[in-house]
Design a protein around this ligand. Structure first.
Ligand code: GLN
Length: 529
């Protein structure tokens, strides 16, 4: 029987339940166990794909094409796993399934209710992977006390009763705020939040306290007493300079052994701390400092570009560099002033015409001044527009996403997208193979001909213009099925590359993605000149 670790959050949202869960997952992996993580989000959207990144942060894409919560990216990077549609669940999708079943008459004339029909559907998804892994870490999004969370917590309560107590562990992540005027840490919000959980019938086994100050033993005792948790299971989670240092913080507080003992898990005696060392060494003495700009529309919220941010940090560590990521709003007038202080530029994915002219300006600047540049998805499409307009002189060349009547539709809607009516889950989504041409920048980075990368788009480079653009120096270096352009490069430039896919979804803590390593390496080289 696999083991289940549930993670809930209290007091406020965005406490890093995903990072805490993934750090614990990493520790269990280092003990030799196989671990997977499943996310449950209590909102009514069927998936986050239709949400504005400002509402939700980045939309992560699984290999099998689910548009998912960004926590899945954290799970993949930490645990080096590939998540699937079964790793992501929302209230919307669960209700949709229940209502569809009702319409089909699957409930034999019964009144359909939250308990048991919705809770049964939730519980079914807790065990979606059956016995494939030793441990499942199940993260319930939102905050305890929210009206939307109730069916999920009720399902957790039922699941605990229906299973052996030694198979289930519950972790509650809370905030212990610091009141500066009285120089005090306050435990009351944690007490209230745990009370709320206990009202529902769940008593946590461990409390992870997010705090900006050290939580001493006295405070731990107090939390333990009021929250009915053993003192050793009150864990401090301070801010760390890199989230990848968190597993070690937890290890030092014996988080792994508390869980392993309670769950009665048999493990090998030796625990290998080499992983911690590997993470730390490269961070300690950076040899270079890189300043890189991300020019986008959602720059007010870092989480909107979470996987790019992490991919850059991981690549920087690999190259023993420190990195300063400057978020530049493509719509702001002072954009170019900011860019001149940066060593490299990324134009990330996006939708809609807002901010396009700023992105085109940034691309022009990078192209003309040999600034290392990476365009991702919309960023690549903008490279094609910029090059067509300014090098090939195709006046007002555009993507039909922004101008349906342009004389030069260098980017156009993909054929099978033309008749799509519904917005949610209908883009070209998930992994596709691409074949890279030899003697290209792309080949020098990947060092292989066939790659698999994840997609999320409706538009593509218009094949009619490829010849013309190639004659002027913008080449297509990879195709899907010999037809769909996947990578473009500007040849007379040290590093100018655009990718139709999202390389940022495939970085791993100990395995940086070649595109990001290539970008940062070229920056380092240029700085040396
Ligand atoms: N809006 C563009 C498209 O749909 C780019 C999408 C993206 O950047 N993810 O093709």
């Amino acid at each position: 029987m696999p083991k289940y670790i549930f993670i809930t959050g209290g007091v406020v949202s965005s406490l890093g339940k995903g990072i805490s869960g993934a750090s614990i997952g990493k520790l269990l992996q280092l003990h030799g166990l196989t671990v997977n993580m499943i996310k449950f989000d209590p909102y009514i959207n069927v998936d986050p794909g239709t949400m504005n990144p400002y509402q939700h942060g980045e939309i992560f894409v699984t290999r099998d094409g689910a548009e998912a919560d960004l926590d899945l990216g954290t799970y993949e990077r930490f645990l080096n796993i590939y998540t699937t549609k079964d790793n992501t669940n929302t209230a919307g999708d669960i209700y949709k399934t229940v209502i569809c079943k009702e319409r089909k008459g699957c409930y034999n004339g019964n009144t359909v209710q939250i308990i048991p029909h919705v809770t049964n559907e939730i519980k079914k998804r807790f065990i979606a992977f059956h016995k494939q892994y030793n441990v499942y870490i199940i993260e319930i999004g939102g905050t305890v006390g929210d009206i939307e969370s109730l069916p999920f917590l009720e399902a957790v309560r039922q699941f605990r009763i229906e299973h052996n107590q030694n198979d289930i562990y519950h972790i509650h992540v809370t905030l212990v705020p610091y009141i500066s005027s009285s120089a005090e840490l306050k435990t009351k919000p944690t007490q209230h939040s745990v009370n709320k959980l206990r009202e529902i019938g769940i008593s946590p086994d461990m409390i992870i306290c997010r705090s900006e100050h050290h939580i001493d033993n006295l405070l731990k005792k107090k939390i333990s007493l009021f929250c009915n948790v053993h003192e050793s299971a009150v864990i401090e989670a301070l801010n760390v300079s890199s989230i990848y240092l968190l597993p070690e913080q937890f290890y030092l507080q014996k988080v792994d052994m508390l869980i392993i003992n309670k769950l009665n898990i048999k493990i090998a005696k030796t625990f290998n701390t080499r992983w911690f060392k590997k993470i730390k060494i490269n961070q300690k003495y950076p040899k270079n400092n890189i300043k890189i700009a991300i020019v986008g529309k959602y720059t007010g919220l870092k989480d909107a570009y979470k996987s790019i941010d992490e991919s850059l940090k991981i690549a920087a560590v690999t190259l023993q560099s420190s990195i300063n990521i400057i978020y530049c709003n493509a719509e702001q007038e002072d954009l170019m002033n900011k860019l001149i202080y940066c060593d490299g530029i990324i134009v990330p994915g996006g939708f809609g015409h807002r901010g396009i002219s700023g992105k085109l300006q940034a691309i022009s600047y990078a192209r003309k001044n040999n600034i290392p540049f990476l365009g991702i998805c919309l960023g690549m499409q903008c490279c094609i527009i910029e090059f067509a307009r300014n090098v090939v002189n195709l006046y007002n060349a555009n993507s039909t996403e922004f101008d349906t009547t342009t004389n030069y539709p260098v980017v156009q809607i993909i054929n099978e997208q033309k008749n799509v009516q519904y917005k949610g889950g209908t883009m070209r989504l998930g992994s596709y193979k691409a074949k890279i041409k030899k003697n290209t920048l792309a080949y020098s980075l990947y060092k292989t001909e066939t790659i698999i990368e994840r997609h999320r788009h409706r538009y593509e480079m218009n094949p009619k213009f490829i010849n013309t653009l190639e004659k002027h120096g913008l080449i297509v270096s990879a195709y899907h099925n010999n037809v769909l352009p996947e990578i473009i490069e500007v040849i007379k430039h040290p590093f100018f590359i655009g990718v139709q896919f999202h390389p940022e979804f495939d970085s791993r803590i100990t395995k940086a993605h070649p595109i990001f390593v290539g970008l940062l390496s070229s920056i380092i080289q240029r700085k040396k000149q």
